[in-house]
Design a binder for this molecule. Sequence first.
Ligand SMILES: [Zn+2]
Length: 351
Amino acid sequence: MCALLSLLLVVAVLAGSCGRGSPSPPAPSAPGELPAGGTGAPEVPVPKRPCPLCGQPVPENLVHRRPFALMIDNAPQARPQAGLGEACLVYEVLAEGGITRFLAFYLHEDPPKAGPVRSVRPYFLDLVLPLDAVLGHAGASEQGFADLRALNVPHLDEIYGGGDAYWRVPPSERKPPHATYTSGELFRAAMKKHELEKEGPFPAPFPFRTGGKPAEQGKEAALLTVYYPGGWQGYRVSYAYDRDTGRWLRSINDDPHRDADGRVLWARNVVVHFVEMRRIPGDELLHMEAKMTGQGQAIVFSGGRYREGIWRKPARRSPAVYRDDRGEPLELEPGPTWVLVVPVGTRVEIK
Ligand SMILES: [Zn+2]
């Protein structure tokens, strides 16, 4: 009887402690929504401003944060990647061996997990510098390291000095070098610790259309396919336009390209950006070089249409400016943009 009594007492104590936090009194701040600043304040609508990277209206306090950009693996063993769905802007560029890598830029949506993070190549620095973002990567090619130093690129390298911004998953999950991940929260904490934070405003990569329906310029397109040359087992990327949502849905070799959470990756705009690119003669590691400055052709897809034009980029630190054949700026729809950087002569099929 005595044992039963003590058991009842334990149950009563446990019930008492559980009841303390829930369900009453109500929690002072509701989870889910970001507070406008301070806790317990009455609800005040947060002023919104367009995100410089994607043009979408987002709370002002997030727009002035410094963006960061992650080098993300696209080897078949790296798929599905994590965190590409949260990016405002993604560049896809060939690395050696016919495999592409992504440079994904983040500002207002912090990915819970992003990666696998890989090493950087020099021509990706031409995309990071104009947007004053902090680069996240795991190592670099020899020229990549030289350019990181010479150009004083703000960066967190998982292998040399910035390991606190990342974690590695066990080999049972992903084998190295496809095992390095970060999150928005962890990366931003490391930016703070390494004194890489900075207040905005930050530059925008494109002019975005403001207000109303998509522009009805250009020719209609329902599907675009880019055949990356030298691609691993005929690597090709397609985007199919979904009229109901205004989204371009991404596929790799005809299979929907999904993020780790199962969502099919999509873009509001797809830009095909042609550059002079070649394998470096005599380089045993098959590294590529790309001429990212100067000018070249571009095709901009948005709103189920496409327009052709020219990009110009006078220096490594300046952004590429896109104009149509009459010299007018090529505006993009607000939303995520994917820029496919491809060698001149790459086959692009539009239907
Ligand atoms: Zn954005």
